[in-house]
Write a protein that binds this ligand. Structure first.
Ligand SMILES: Cc1ncc(COP(=O)(O)O)c(C=O)c1O
Length: 421
């Protein structure tokens, strides 16, 4: 036996110092923000026809850099990915009576983007191995009302984009990639977030690179790009002046504009994306090698031809094989000094906004429910300079597995306590 008493049972923790917070904002971002402050122009968007309808110099520079980096024709900045998703659904023409297929295992904005536009989200289950939409189930859920599929590249790995787009195209169904979590992931050599009709990125403070709040909607289609720009900036007021022939019946614009300071910071952050992603990938490879030996534990699967950028490092536990529950494992890891979380978002159709619709009932997507309730857990990468500590992280896991019997006893105590109540 390599390790002694579990910290949860009074032993010494494997990791005795908490990890410092993830911080990527440095001198370059400070200088960029100062440059904008000195200019006195914190936003240069105008809501009328003219050059500034598309924003100020920092926004334009950031958009050009984003489009070049991700090799996409149009990168339309937004003040969040949520805004980008709402704009994308409207740009594709969805409204009342239309259905949008979406996985229930995602951040809720993937689905509310339909609701806000008056369309109906239709929840379809995911693949248990890579946590993204299952194409066979999508095919079975398509109806004459299906107008779009919201594909979420969850945790940092692209979904089955070719298969999903092949289902959609011949039926005239549009595809949106919610790529909020996967900037820089590759799908057969192409950048995730640029493959479907519109791809959305997030720059919120939790993401690998950030502007505090911010996002992008990317497309290779000129007309969709114009619609996104109009929706971003109260475009209903300029459509006529613009002489926009292909304008949909109604453009309902918002203020989804990104500020100049955020754009200037984002430009610097973008230059760091690859350097910030590589350590995550190296760590994941190290963990895959070492943790795969632990019975009942599955490390993230990466499909051939795709890369994973590990926004989240999601592991799965088969409790029967491991001998203890996910809850006890997460508690034991926490005591060893390694933060971990159970499950992911609750299946979205169980949230009050959706559960009043009779089609959204418990049991609708069994794979998602199983992952949420009992199998999936994850620990975040939000640590700075974590690589030297990778060995300690593995040791924390090994210690738990070495003490499986003690942990199973904790499960029994828990069950007895529940029965007593
Ligand atoms: C999959 C997914 N979609 C959309 C969003 C919304 O991003 P934002 O906070 O930039 O609006 C997030 C944020 O975490 C997300 O993870």
């Amino acid at each position: 036996m390599r390790n002694t008493t579990l910290a949860i049972n009074g032993g010494a923790p494997t990791i005795d110092r908490s990890f410092p917070p993830y911080r990527t904002i440095g001198e370059a971002e400070e200088r960029a923000a100062q440059r904008v402050l000195r200019s006195g122009v914190l936003s240069a968007f105008y809501g009328s026809i003219g050059d500034n309808f598309l924003g100020g110099p920092e926004v334009k520079r950031f958009e050009a850099a984003w489009a070049a980096h991700f090799q996409v024709r149009h990168a339309v900045s937004m003040n969040s990915a949520t805004s980008g998703l709402i704009a994308a659904v409207q740009a594709l023409g969805l409204g009342p009576g239309d259905e949008m297929i979406v996985p229930p295992f995602s951040m809720i904005a993937s689905a509310t983007a339909a609701t806000i536009n008056g369309a109906t989200p239709v929840f379809v289950d995911i693949r248990p191995d890579i946590f993204t939409l299952d194409p066979a189930m999508v095919e079975a859920a398509i109806t004459p009302r299906t107008k779009a599929i919201m594909v979420v590249n969850l945790f940092g790995q692209p979904a089955d984009l070719d298969a999903l787009i092949a289902l959609a195209r011949p039926r005239g169904i549009r595809v949106i990639e919610d790529n909020a979590q996967a900037p820089g992931a590759l799908y057969h050599g192409r950048q995730a977030g640029t493959i479907a009709d519109i791809g959305i990125f997030s720059l919120n403070c939790h993401k690998t690179i950030q502007t505090g709040e911010g996002g992008f909607a990317c497309t290779n289609d000129d007309d969709l790009a114009l619609r996104l720009q109009l929706i971003r900036n109260h475009g209903e007021a300029v459509v006529r002046e613009l002489g926009y022939r292909n304008a949909p019946e109604r453009i309902t614009g918002y203020n989804f504009r990104l500020g100049e300071i955020e754009a200037a910071i984002g430009y610097e952050q973008l230059a760091k994306l690859d350097a910030l992603t590589r350590p995550r990938q190296r760590l994941a490879a190290f963990f895959a090698e070492r943790l795969a030996a632990l019975p009942g534990l599955s490390v993230p699967k990466v499909e051939t031809g795709r890369s994973h950028v590990y926004y989240v490092h999601a592991l799965k536990l088969d409790s029967r094989r491991a001998g203890f529950s996910r809850r006890s494992l997460v508690r034991a890891l926490g005591a060893e000094g390694l933060e971990a979380y159970e499950g992911y978002c609750k299946p979205l159709y169980l949230e009050p906004l959706f559960s009043n619709n009779a089609r959204n009932h418990a049991g609708l997507c069994p794979v998602t429910e199983r992952l949420h309730e009992s199998e999936l857990f994850f620990h975040p990468w939000l640590y700075e300079a974590i690589e030297p500590k990778a060995e300690l992280i593995v040791r924390a896991f090994e210690k738990v597995w070495d003490n499986a019997t003690a942990l199973a006893a904790l499960d029994d105590d828990g069950r007895r306590a529940v029965r007593r109540r």
